[in-house]
Design a binder for this molecule. Structure first.
Ligand SMILES: *Cc1c(COP(=O)(O)O)cnc(C)c1O
Length: 375
């Protein structure tokens, strides 16, 4: 049996273990230390725009702390892109609030600004103004940022930017993860860089960073004893994980280049295939890190989504349907939804293909042969 080709697997740069060794040598085996501070600095430098970064235990924890700081509480409503991973929406439930799901537009597959405004108007007319808007840059593709922020500003609703999949992507030359009132990143094992598990909050003020760290470390008031006037969380990143992150930051741009080459590989592979389209940027305003390369398979394509999926699986190659929209998930079946059927159609016709920065020429060759056999 050929070895497994993964959708997206960890790809170490080489220096990670040096940072970890340093942590051991200096006994910084804790959810704080020089690697945490260093990793935060590295991300701040990378993102530019004078951002303030707090390293956390996961991207989900970062979304949760964003909602906590925006005052999202029981019976509030929070708007969220429906076409996403469940982690974008789960923290709304942690706060006892209700998610209001919004469909995508077909250019970027992210939140549709028209349905967003429709939803806000409808919720206000029902007597409740949404407390926050969670936008996502799915698969690394920057959303319609200007249009979405214009709606958010018009109704004065804060934005949580879920850039978990979009580190290194840019919109009009500015990095994703710098557009929200709070923005979040993820360093889970399958993301563009990994700390084995981890995330970050990106803040536009020092105070927000300070408060994020305060909440992430059990909300201890200043006192000699342990004094608490707020509920806290244990969400800080460990100094070991952050060491992996520092090594990964050294190779981030190189890995983005390789992921983008995978996207180009698929564009070449499918360029003459009827009704198979590779998801890519519509114009120069966007630069996607192409975290995952995805294709849409039309009804008249030479193969169906299931055929390709099964052929790949037989050959020990991982592929996966696109995210199933949240409004179609059993767990969110009672949540209000505004949109048409864009995300549903994407889910029904799309497939994610192996996209790692570590795929070898031989592995690409294996993928190529399967696809050619189906054409
Ligand atoms: C991975 C991911 C998250 C959650 O990040 P974790 O670090 O795994 O908690 C949130 N949103 C999106 C869109 C993601 O892909």
């Amino acid at each position: 049996m050929n070895s497994k080709i993964w959708l997206s697997s960890p790809h170490m740069g080489g220096n990670e273990q040096n940072y970890i060794k340093e942590a051991f040598d200096t006994n910084w085996i804790a959810p704080l230390g020089p690697n945490v501070t260093g990793f935060e600095k590295d991300i701040e430098t990378y993102l530019k725009e004078d951002m303030h970064v707090a390293a956390l235990s996961s991207g989900t924890a970062a979304i949760h702390l964003a909602l906590v700081q925006l005052g999202v509480d029981i019976d509030d409503e929070v708007i969220c892109q429906t076409f996403t991973f469940s982690a974008s929406a789960n923290p709304i439930i942690y706060q006892g609030a209700t998610p209001i799901f919004i469909d995508s537009e077909s250019e970027t597959w992210n939140m549709c600004p028209i349905h967003l405004e429709e939803a806000i108007k409808a919720r206000i007319s029902k007597g409740k103004k949404p407390k926050a808007i969670i936008i996502v840059h799915l698969y690394g593709m920057p959303a319609k940022v200007d249009e979405l922020l214009a709606v958010a500003i018009k109704y004065n609703i804060p934005v949580v930017e879920d850039a978990a999949e979009a580190l290194g992507s840019t919109y009009k030359g500015r990095k994703c993860g710098t557009f929200g009132d709070y923005s979040i990143l993820s360093f889970n094992g399958n993301k563009i860089i990994t700390t084995s598990g981890g995330g970050a909050m990106v803040c536009n003020t020092k105070e927000k960073k300070k408060n994020t760290i305060f909440l992430a470390t059990q909300a201890r008031d200043e006192a000699i004893h342990y004094e608490h006037s707020q509920i806290g969380y244990n969400y800080r990143m460990s100094n070991i994980s952050a060491g992996i992150g520092r090594g990964q930051m050294e190779v981030l741009d190189k890995h983005i280049k390789l992921r983008r080459e995978m996207n180009t590989f698929y564009k070449e592979l499918f360029k003459d295939t009827k009704e198979v389209t590779v998801f890519t940027e519509v114009n120069q305003n966007r630069f996607s890190n192409h975290w995952l390369s995805c294709i849409i398979i039309g009804e008249n394509a030479p193969f169906t989504k299931n055929e390709l999926y099964h052929k790949m699986t037989e050959a020990n190659i991982e592929t996966r349907p696109l995210w199933k929209p949240m409004h179609l998930q059993p767990v969110f079946k009672n949540a209000p939804y505004y949109g048409s059927n864009i995300s549903e159609t994407l889910f029904n016709s799309g497939l994610c293909l192996p996209s790692g920065s570590n795929l070898t020429k031989q592995e690409r060759e294996r993928i190529y042969r399967i696809v050619e056999s189906l054409k």
